[in-house]
Design a protein around this ligand. Structure first.
Ligand SMILES: *Cc1c(COP(=O)(O)O)cnc(C)c1O
Length: 361
């Protein structure tokens, strides 16, 4: 059925798979014979219990999360993790390494510093406006952790491979590329992701934490700021964001059953990105802003010959049913976010539009 939906290239909140939206619609008024909407059932009911268990089991299967990790659902967005990570995992007498690859890394560093923690920025791509992922990552042997941002939503760069950090656990903000490709979870101490880019709606943050990291959590923290509060209560110390978790479960089911897992998802994502970047490489009108070896498969940032043309491009694209192509307000230019739900036909429609626009310009 045609709902008049556009090709949605928003960076976040972003497009969701249409089958997921339809499945939610279909059971919206009476969830599994409960006589209630999923919005109306208790989080202590068997109905919600099944939902949260399904979400966790599905994430565990998709990412092959080892048994010594816990999967948690928190609130406060990825931004809350910028402070929770150092509060919980960085003792005052230790230092943590951070790699600065853009706006979100910068914010993570800022929060750790506000707390008065010792932070060492061991690598940065600030010298060229964050258009690349640094290659030399000199990890401090005694660091509490190394913090990276796996995909830089605003600058359009992504770690193709994760750095070798020896025994030092990697902590990654994966808000904008979670579940877009397989990840060696066993190499991480903690992974976090706000759901609204690639996982579901705004309102829930996924945290995957290695259980021994939980031993670092100081007893002195307020309950709501401790990872242990959530690991010990199956993320239900207080009322969780039920509907957001339910939607995440549906998105995961779509990834497993409709797509066929993360290796397959990565293959599709790579085809989509190749189509767009391949087009840039053959054009002198559109220019990608990220270095070739650091290009993001999720957020494709590009420029046109002038800011006036960029404005016109975004306006005409919107009229043509291609939405969300304006770059982040802090950097300008254009950006096409092509997360999991965006099909190859959406990217093809964008390339076709770009060719037409160039002809007329
Ligand atoms: C969007 C985004 C954030 C901020 O997420 P909130 O949930 O709004 O706090 C942090 N990191 C990355 C990589 C993002 O893309």
């Amino acid at each position: 059925m045609d709902y008049g939906r556009i090709f949605n290239f928003n960076a976040g909140p972003a497009a969701l798979p249409q089958p997921v939206l339809e499945r939610i619609r279909d059971e919206f008024l009476n969830f599994k014979g409960s006589g209630m909407s999923i919005l109306e059932v208790s989080h202590r009911s068997k109905w919600f219990d099944e939902v949260i268990e399904q979400a966790k089991a599905s994430i565990k299967r998709l990412l092959t999360v080892p048994d010594n990790f816990s999967i948690l659902f928190l609130q406060g967005g990825a931004s809350m993790q910028f402070c929770m990570v150092p509060m919980n995992l960085l003792p005052a007498d230790q230092s943590a390494d951070y790699v600065n690859t853009g706006t979100w890394s910068t914010k993570a560093i800022k929060e750790a510093k506000i707390l008065g923690r010792q932070v060492k920025v061991i690598a940065s791509s600030e010298d060229r406006n964050f258009c690349y992922i640094p290659k030399d990552i000199p990890v401090s042997k005694d660091a509490a952790y190394v913090h990276i941002t796996s995909n830089n939503t605003i600058k359009g760069t992504q770690w193709a491979k994760f750095p070798d950090t020896g025994a030092v656990p990697i902590i990654s903000d994966m808000s904008s590329d979670i579940l877009s490709r397989p990840v060696p979870v066993e190499r991480f101490g903690l992974i976090y992701a706000g759901a609204q880019k690639n996982l579901g709606p705004a309102g829930v943050t996924l945290v995957i934490i290695r259980n021994d990291m939980l031993e670092r959590v100081p007893a002195s923290l307020p309950s709501m700021l401790k990872y242990t509060t959530f690991s010990e209560s199956n993320s239900m110390y207080n009322t969780p964001p039920c509907f957001a978790i339910y939607t995440v479960a549906k998105v995961c089911q779509w990834l497993e059953e409709d797509i066929g897992g993360l290796a397959k998802m990565e293959e599709i994502n790579r085809k989509k990105a190749d189509l767009l970047y391949g087009f840039f490489d053959s054009s002198s009108f559109y220019k990608g802003t990220a270095d070739t070896d650091s290009r993001s498969l999720m957020n494709v940032t590009f420029r046109l010959p002038s800011e006036d043309l960029e404005k016109e491009f975004v306006a005409q694209a919107t009229k043509a049913g291609l939405g969300g192509l304006k770059g982040h307000r802090s950097v300008g230019g254009c950006r096409a976010s092509i997360y999991n739900p965006t099909g190859i036909e959406g990217v093809q429609a964008l390339v076709d539009f770009m060719k037409e626009f160039e002809k007329k310009a």
